[in-house]
Ligand binder design. Sequence first.
Ligand SMILES: CCCCCCCCCC/C=C\CCCC(=O)SCCNC(=O)CCNC(=O)[C@H](O)C(C)(C)COP(=O)(O)OP(=O)(O)OC[C@H]1O[C@@H](n2cnc3c(N)ncnc32)[C@H](O)[C@@H]1OP(=O)(O)O
Ligand SMILES: Cc1cc2nc3c(=O)[nH]c(=O)nc-3n(C[C@H](O)[C@H](O)[C@H](O)COP(=O)(O)OP(=O)(O)OC[C@H]3O[C@@H](n4cnc5c(N)ncnc54)[C@H](O)[C@@H]3O)c2cc1C
Length: 581
Amino acid sequence: MRKLAEHNIPLREASITQVHSVLRDGNPLIVHTSMFANALASLANPKQQQQWVPLAEKNRIIGTYAQTEIGHGTFVRGLETTAIFDPETKEFVLHSPTITSTKWWPGGLGKTANAAIVMAQLYTQGKCYGPHPFFVQLRDFDTHHSLPGVILGEIGPRLGINSQDNGYLRFDHYRIPRTNMLMRHSQVLEDGSYVKPIHNKLSYGTMVWTRVAIVHSCSKKLACAVTIATRYSAVRHQSELVPGKPEPQILEYQTQQYKLLPHIASVFAILFSASSVLRMQRNVAASISKGNVELLPELHILSCAMKALSSQDSTQGIETCRLACGGHGYIASSGLPSLYTSTTCTITYEGENTVLLLQVARYLIKSYRAGLEGLPVLPSVMYLTAPSAMHQSPPLSNQALIEAFRISSANLVKETESRLCRQFNLEQNFHYAWNRCSVALVHCAELHSRYYMCEKFLSTVESIRASDRVRSVLQDLCRLYLIHHITLNQGHFLRSGTLSGVDLSTLEEEMYELLAKLRPQAVPLVDAFDFRDELLGSTLGAWDGRVYERLYEEAQKSPLNKTDVSKAYHKYLQPLMKSNL
Ligand SMILES: CCCCCCCCCC/C=C\CCCC(=O)SCCNC(=O)CCNC(=O)[C@H](O)C(C)(C)COP(=O)(O)OP(=O)(O)OC[C@H]1O[C@@H](n2cnc3c(N)ncnc32)[C@H](O)[C@@H]1OP(=O)(O)O
Ligand SMILES: Cc1cc2nc3c(=O)[nH]c(=O)nc-3n(C[C@H](O)[C@H](O)[C@H](O)COP(=O)(O)OP(=O)(O)OC[C@H]3O[C@@H](n4cnc5c(N)ncnc54)[C@H](O)[C@@H]3O)c2cc1C
């Protein structure tokens, strides 16, 4: 927090710095500096911001974002916590009517936060208006005791991020002033009348913002993992590549290069996509403040797509890096286990990936149908019904590969839409038909998202300002990324007729060439990520390559090594050894 203040970084930008990576097993303040700060910035009106933002900036108020309940996380409309307006006292009464309405999961809620943005079903004048955000004080600002009517606790150990206190929260007819409803987009007036927002999903804005932040942080997490695994692969010598010759660096093995280089490329693909979504988010935020919500659906879909893809890619990439370090990848001091556990949760939180991909698919199908009818569609999906441009680029050029992605994605959407129509004719119910097609729909969303990421990678590399040598390395990496993802998805390209079996063999050959060509660049590329050793926190990945010394030194810190004979020997082992069992 001192560093943020020193560098004049506003609270809500802390999560896109590396500040949170310093704590490896999660951070009780991360939801405060990210979602809570952003909710105040985007959902509170100017008067409310004046009241709470300075207190949050000074950490007098430490907040969290309390939306998920035991019974509902994904289906936000199904939340059960109620906020009923009492016109007599001009207050909202917050209540948790059932066990399933207990707020569950919010980061920092258990012990750290003294306030929260609570999403609750808003009732006024006898009518429910759906989930809305409220600023709620949970603990006394001086003593930190939970306030009467507020029941708080911590939910217990998790797969990872155990330095963060994820919490639970119940309300027992807890009263807050009317003015604690975040009123930038919708309001409840003193007489209880409801003023609706210009778009009914504006109250979901904090989730959209966080999804964008997650994309950025996934590229950082993956960058840490590939740095560790690549440096280690340059230090580690094992086996014989040629019988009788000295043991080579394990990075010489083609299989090792195949494990690492595509994930180094992936760091750039995710980072460039994150920058593009971030730019869009800033434009949309500026438009919303002028009352224009036209591009909000596009931002929602793009942030869902990129959050889903980047969390999946970075999690898989980190696990591959761990495996690429053999046994030493399994030791905590390698840094890889905590990178994995603090990244795999991004697949689930802020919208479970399958659910987000189905949002993307819904948009693709709607846009495809609109395009066929000649109705206007937004830029990122115009290609679904645009004429093919395959013939315009030299065969197997980067542009041709992007076109192959585009056509294959459009083809898959077309096929799936036909399947949906057939299923609808059988079921006579759109929702059942949708469910029967949902595996295919998720594949549509994945291919569309991959197309977007590939396109962003290529267009950024083509326009980047860099020396010829640096540009050439980035071009090779980008090419490797495109080919790698084509080989992983070959079925789609064969089905759409955009690539033949011969094309795929040619591309595969080129991929193997690229692995060898990029091998000498692997260490410089990860060095260029420029992580300090303190930030990487890895015995395997430190800059000086003293892997074995560091492993040995770290082992000395094990509490079991404080004494030669452990207490457990006297208590359990010795009796066992003498018992003749
Ligand atoms: C690697 C380290 C990480 C570090 C990262 C740093 C920053 C982050 C740190 C924070 C740490 C932890 C954070 C974790 C916090 C949480 O998890 S908070 C809880 C998050 N919860 C969710 O994300 C819930 C997911 N569910 C939803 O968002 C919605 O329920 C869902 C979108 C699935 C459906 O909403 P409905 O209201 O039911 O809507 P539908 O009927 O499906 O759709 C109606 C139309 O509305 C459109 N829509 C939906 N959402 C939005 C939106 N946000 N904006 C704009 N439009 C939206 C949807 O597309 C439909 O449009 P259509 O009718 O088709 O035109
Ligand atoms: C580490 C961590 C931190 C978190 N921090 C916070 C926080 O700070 N604040 C907060 O409010 N919440 C937080 N959460 C909660 C998180 O946002 C939810 O867990 C997440 O949105 C998933 O919802 P769920 O748990 O209800 O999963 P579920 O929706 O129950 O998912 C279970 C399965 O059902 C499937 N499924 C559900 N709906 C559909 C559908 N419509 N179609 C197809 N399949 C479906 C999913 O794909 C999944 O396979 C956190 C969670 C974790 C793990």
